[in-house]
Structure formats: C-alpha cells, structure tokens
Design a binder for this molecule. Structure first.
Ligand code: ATP
Length: 447
C-alpha cells in the first residue's frame, strides 16, 4: 500500500517527528517557508549531494568541481541580466489582500481564493539585496546570488589557465542560492533560501543540440538510478514563449509531487520542476566579456579558431530532490494488524545504514556484545545503537527513517557468535556469523 491520501501532510509530519526537517526559528513562531534540516535530514541531503557529485564529477573525465562565493561583484548581475530581467509579475487581491504570481493564475483578473478582483501584474525583482562594509549606501550594494551558475562563468578564464581543459568540458558546483519568491510554499519545494546542484558544460556551438539531448538523458536516469519510480518522472520541453531570456532550448525534468499544482507548477496535477536542462548558447560568456572587458573566448589548438563556447546547463535543486526522494520512498504497509511506515530510500541515500539492537536490554552480556558490534561497524557504515524499546518498536523506528539493516543480538548470539540481520524492504532475516558481518553488509551496501 502506498496511499497518496494526505501524503504531503504525512511527510511533513514524519520529517518533524523523526528529525529530518524542522521549521526555521520555530520557538519564535517560525520564519515562514524557511526550513532547517535535522540529524536525519542533513544526512539525506548530504547523500543526495554526494551521489550527484559522484555521478557528475568523480565518474566522468570531463567535469571539474568548484565552490564559488555567494557574494559576487554587483556587475555580475548586470551582465547576467538579473538586474533587468529577474522579475516575477505579481498581482494583489483587492479583497483578501493575498499576493499571487501571475504565471500561476488561471484567470489573471480573478483571485483564486476569494474570487475578488486582482490588481494588474507588477514586476518584482527576486534578488535579495544587502550591503557590504559598514556604510549602508548605494556603493556597497551587493546581492545574495540567485543561482550558483554565475560563479562558474566568471571563473571560466581561471579554469582555462589553471587546468587547460579541452572542449567539451564542464564545471560543477553545489551551493546556496536565494530568491525573494513571491509565492513560496509546498514545504521545501519553493523557498527563498535553497541549494542548487548545477553544471555548466562548455561545448562547440555546433555540438550544443546533441549535448543538450545527452544531458537530458543523463540527468533523467540519475533520478531513476536512485530509485525514483518511472511513473513519477517525466521530461517536459519548454515552449518557445516559456524560455528564459538567455536560453535557446530547455527541458525540465518533472516529478509528480503529492500536491496540487498551485504554487508548484504551470503544468498541473502535482507535476513540477525538479531540474531544468538548458542550452544557454554563448550568452553568458559574451555578456561577461562585454561587462568585464576580458577576452572570454576559447582557443582551439587544433583548428586555431577562437570562439565563444555554448553552454549546456543542467540545474537542479537539492531541496526539491530531497523532497521527491522522500515522497517516492514513503510507504505504508499492513503487517498483521499494524501499519508499518517505511522509507524505502535507495541504499546510497538512506541516512542510516545499520542499526544494532540488543534483544534484551537487561542482559549485560547481550548489551555489551551489541555495543561492541556497533562500535566496530561504525568505522565502515553509518551505524546506530538503540536499546530504548522492545524489538518490534525498534524495528518500526528504524523503518520510518529508512535504515537499511537491523542487526539483532540475542541470547543465542552469545553461544553461536551469530546475529540476525533484517532487511528493511523485505523484512527477511538472515543469521550471520559476527566475524563475517562486515563483509555481509558491505556486499549489500557498497555494491
Ligand atoms: P521554478 O519555475 O520552479 O521557479 P526555475 O525555473 O526558476 O524554477 P531555475 O532557475 O531553473 O528554476 O533553477 C534550477 C533549479 O533550482 C530548479 O529546478 C529547482 O530545483 C531549484 N529551485 C529554483 N528555485 C527554487 C526555490 N525557490 N526553492 C527551491 N528550489 C528552487
């Protein structure tokens, strides 16, 4: 059973109850639409970022990693077009005073909530402004980056000079971005502070269309390989009038989120963007060359040609991916008279890999053997020890947070030096010799 009834509410509640995601500043009433990742959340989020980095940096020869600063020279945002173009049109309802993004409205004149009259759409720049230095005047004006991409474009020359890569090659970066969104919401789906995982892939202009298709496939399969169900994932090419000012073509990878379209997507039924893969042409390098006065062309040794490469950009959200992985992994299963809640997260994403549980916590020999096993395993897998409840309850607790294997130490373990290993998904149990436990788990977890 994987019921969709109130799935979003169930996920939000599980996230808070079990320490995945909390509301920011909750003891002060909370900062709306801002979220903090707790002990399990930070592990899951780190695992998503690591899986992305592994697939896109470590497993390829043509991508280099970077980590640029959030604060950048204000001219960057003039060159990128964000100062002039990074607007959402917003409308206010004259009756209930609520504010809406015009792009989300079915009828741009009528309030979707109270049916009151809406004002004309007004532009609203999404960049957060602040000041650098002690004086808050125009000279110190600086922005919190609304995307990580620009940090890679402005380092193009540094990368060429230090690493001498040949086309096609890419840069990869994971980091925070900030947008003063008009309609944040749907838990962590749309927030004002979020994390992006972006690749800027530099190609010869004539190869751009082909590389765009390759990246769309590669990114689509990344989500499938990490367990997202096929029926919940789709590609949606953008119509010409939807494209950003810099893009020639773009395809979104969408996930069927368990919420209605409002605040989520333009396409309805919960289908909303997880990642966009765009052909940005040579817009970015040309603009930065113009604004900085630096020559940002690429010199091709073989043909002796100098030109601006095109850029293919797969741009995904860490928080949106985490939410999609959680929603996809959430199951409620009937076990005897009970409902078992289990997060069937992919093994690489599960926050905890192993839990070691003593069957009887009033037997010191069992407790001490279990603690020893846990201590040994901690060197190799994220492992926890728990003896705070009866075994059935301990299993349920671990299922709810997606722990892959539960290792149970019982009376017999003292005699035969074996433990019971329970698989999260099948609930099948194997008896394993303690000396072989690490190898047994390693085969399952690291394969
Ligand atoms: P949307 O149309 O949903 O606002 P976008 O097209 O503006 O998204 P991009 O600029 O393409 O988004 O950003 C790339 C990725 O960054 C998105 O696919 C998404 O995963 C993530 N992202 C963008 N804005 C937000 C946000 N406000 N909150 C969380 N993640 C975001």
């Amino acid at each position: 059973m994987n019921t969709n009834d109130n799935l979003m509410e169930k996920i939000v509640s599980l996230c808070k109850r079990r320490g995945f995601i909390f509301q920011s500043s909750e003891i002060y009433g909370g900062l709306s639409n801002t979220w903090d990742y707790g002990p399990f959340g930070v592990e899951l989020k780190n695992n998503v970022k690591c899986a992305w980095w592994k697939a896109n940096v470590y497993e390829r020869d043509d991508i280099l990693g970077m980590d640029a600063a959030i604060l950048m020279h204000p001219k960057v945002w003039e060159a990128s077009g964000h100062v002039d173009n990074f607007y959402d049109l917003k409308s206010d309802c004259k009756s209930c005073k609520k504010r809406f993004k015009v792009a989300d409205l079915k009828d741009p004149k009528k309030c979707p909530e109270c049916k009151g009259e809406l004002t004309q759409g007004r532009p609203f720049n999404l960049m957060f402004k602040t000041h650098q230095g002690p004086v808050e005047d125009g000279a110190g004006l600086i922005y919190l980056r609304p995307e990580t991409a620009q940090g890679m474009f402005v380092n193009f020359l540094n990368i060429l000079d230090s690493k001498h890569p040949k086309l096609p090659f890419g840069l990869a970066q994971v980091g925070k971005a900030f947008r003063n969104e008009v309609t944040p919401g749907n838990f962590t789906f749309r927030t004002r502070e979020f994390e992006q995982m972006e690749i800027e892939y530099f190609v010869k202009p004539q190869e751009a269309d082909k590389k765009l298709e390759e990246w769309i496939e590669s990114r689509f399969h990344w989500y499938l390989n990490l367990g997202i169900k096929k029926e919940n994932l789709r590609k949606r090419p953008h119509a010409k009038d939807e494209l950003a000012h810099y893009a020639k073509a773009c395809t979104d990878i969408e996930y069927k989120f368990p919420f209605s379209a409002a605040g989520g997507s333009a396409s309805g039924g919960g289908w909303s963007e997880l990642e966009g893969i765009a052909n940005r042409t040579d817009f970015d390098l040309r603009e930065h060359a113009k604004f900085s006065g630096k020559d940002l062309q690429y010199f091709d040794d073989a043909t002796k040609e100098k030109f601006y490469p095109y850029i293919i950009e797969p741009s995904g959200g860490v928080d949106r991916s985490v939410l999609a992985f959680l929603a996809d992994a959430y199951y409620e299963e009937k076990v005897k008279e009970d409902i078992r809640v289990v997060l069937k997260l992919h093994k690489d994403l599960a926050p905890t890999k192993v839990a070691v549980l003593p069957l009887l916590k009033n037997r010191p020999e069992i407790v001490s053997l279990a603690k020893k096993i846990s201590k040994d395993l901690k060197k190799y897998f994220i492992t926890v020890y728990d003896d705070t409840a009866a075994i059935g309850k301990l299993y349920r607790r671990q299922d709810e947070v997606g722990t892959l294997y539960c290792v149970t130490v019982d009376v017999q373990s003292l005699e035969d030096k074996q433990v019971t290993v329970r698989n999260r998904d099948t609930m099948e149990q194997d008896r394993v010799v303690i000396d072989r436990l690490r190898e047994y788990l390693s085969e399952k977890i690291n394969s």
